[in-house]
Ligand binder design. Structure first.
Ligand code: PLP
Length: 499
């Protein structure tokens, strides 16, 4: 493809993308193709000769589109959102054009320096304590996902713990003690932490324990719950070294009790606390949520995904650490071919030492474009719009107590509900009424998704089968909330009358 052909193809692609966004709400939200559908549509071997762009582009609509679930549709209310916007797409376009896997500062100084600058901007926008800024001992780094961020900090936490516990020893004695401690290390999360913490423990080769939660605390982790597990670990001779606390759990968007967690760990300074705010961290741009951030000073790291709810397309998971030295000590390894005068001078940041991979994408460019296009005011308006839509949805659900129950208070832009069958509802899964309500709620949920007009997700919470409804598309309006509510009512009535 030469420059002239690229210009033509790029114009045609942009036109198609704009058309896609303008009409996205009319498409079936959830793909309904059968497994292996694409195999039947594509040749089994690669083309021997090149094809013109027109024939390649034609297959987007004909072959790819049927197999897409439309995450950008305002009728997509499942999981958490995955915002994409035009300025972030432009960032991706330039990033692809420059393709500079800038693991060292020298590999493209702009890639490193822009990342430091935009993450400092973001830290300020989110009202993070100043210890997370690059001007102090901390700083931010863009990772591919919250899961990657969690593995990265868990490795740093593990190495810091082992180092601190053995720093008085040397030689074989030190090695022996490290081996002994390694087998006893425990990473902690709550029952409601995202599975990425457990997965990180698997990857880091450490044990995992979870802190029970209950409906009494709206499924947030409490200081008492944490203390109980800490005591249990210590009784068993185990070494808790890491904890994920969550702002906005996946099932119900609970916020763990940060003040109680900080109190519980006051005498355990070697337990690294990471705040996973993958989805809800975006809300920190609004003053009404910023009280959460003041607690982070007592913790060690924090991550939020701009690619969930802050107008930036995948991937843009922003990780902040209080002491960058901890990451660098755990992850830095410098073979001769990576050495250079700038790195040796200690005056530059080499982000390869803040992450697991070596190469990295120019992701700060899209964040820079997005921040400049929307401004902090635009971010606040975006978040508040969805919170308001969720308030509307929540009030609609409350208007039908004959059909629905709210399981936990509405949080951020999420409502969690189940079908109401019995007036004497008690949160006990052995109760026959609940088993029946679970079965009806499941039927309603499955029927809605099988029709694909809107897409929702479900979750099992404290024995209750629940439907999660999240507003997060930049295109979402009140009409979409009313549509989702009407579909829920209609489908629930249909399921109930068929029983
Ligand atoms: N943490 C929380 C609270 C989440 O809800 C999710 C995903 O939804 C994750 C972590 C994992 O995110 P990622 O896909 O960026 O690894």
């Amino acid at each position: 493809m030469d420059s002239r052909q690229f210009r033509q193809a790029a114009h045609a692609a942009v036109d198609e993308i704009i058309g896609y966004y303008e009409n996205i709400q009319d498409r079936r939200t959830l793909s309904n193709v059968e497994p292996g559908y694409l195999q039947k549509l594509l040749p089994t071997s690669p083309p021997q000769t090149g094809e013109p762009w027109e024939s390649i582009q034609k297959d987007i609509e004909g072959k790819i589109m049927p197999g897409l679930t439309h995450w950008q549709s305002p009728n997509f209310m499942a999981f958490f959102p995955a915002n994409a916007t035009y300025p972030s797409m432009l960032g991706e376009l330039y990033s692809a054009a420059f393709t500079a896997p800038a693991f060292n500062w020298l590999c493209s100084p702009a890639v490193t320096e822009l990342e430091t600058i935009v993450l400092d901007w973001l830290a300020q926008a989110l009202a993070l304590p100043s210890c997370y800024l690059s001007s102090s001992e901390g700083g931010g780094v863009i990772q591919g996902s919250a899961s990657e961020a969690i593995v990265t900090v868990m490795v740093a936490a593990r190495d810091r713990y082992l180092h601190e516990k053995t720093k008085h020893l040397t030689g074989g004695e030190k090695d022996q003690k490290i081996c002994e401690l390694r087998g006893k290390l425990v990473a902690l999360g709550s029952e409601m932490s995202h599975s990425s913490t457990q997965k990180a423990a698997m990857i880091a080769g450490v044990r995992y324990r979870s802190i029970p939660t209950s409906i009494a605390s709206d499924f947030s982790m409490t200081g008492d719950g944490l203390n109980r597990i800490l005591e249990q670990c210590r009784r068993e001779g185990l070494e808790p070294f890491y904890l994920t606390a969550t702002m906005g759990t996946t099932s119900t968007c609970a916020v763990d009790r940060f003040d109680e967690i900080a109190d519980a760990l006051r005498d355990s300074p070697l337990v690294w606390v990471h705040v996973d705010a993958a989805y809800a961290g975006s809300a920190l741009v609004c003053e009404e949520y910023q009280h959460h951030a003041k607690h982070f000073e007592a913790f060690n790291s924090f991550n939020m995904n701009m690619h969930k709810w802050l107008l930036t397309n995948f991937d843009a998971s922003c990780l902040f650490v209080k002491r960058r030295r901890d990451l660098i000590d755990a992850l830095s390894i410098t073979p001769s071919y990576l050495r250079n005068g700038y790195s040796d001078s200690g005056l530059v940041t080499d982000y390869r030492d803040w992450q697991i991979p070596l190469g990295r994408r120019f992701r700060s460019l899209k964040i820079w474009f997005v921040m400049r296009t929307y401004g902090i005011e635009g971010f606040k308006a975006h978040i508040r719009h969805h919170v308001k839509l969720n308030d509307l949805f929540h009030s609609l659900i409350l208007s039908r107590p004959d059909l629905f129950r709210i399981l936990t208070p509405p949080a951020f832009a999420l409502t969690v509900l189940s079908v109401a069958l019995s007036n004497d509802f008690v949160p006990d899964a052995s109760n026959q009424a609940i088993l029946e309500a679970n079965s009806v709620t499941r039927d309603v949920y499955e029927l809605i998704n099988s029709r694909g007009e809107i897409f929702l997700t479900s979750s099992m919470i404290g024995g209750i089968y629940s439907i999660r409804v999240v507003n997060g598309s930049p295109q979402a309006q009140e009409s979409h909330v009313h549509k989702a509510f009407d579909i829920l009512v209609r489908t629930t009535e249909e399921v109930l009358s068929s029983r």
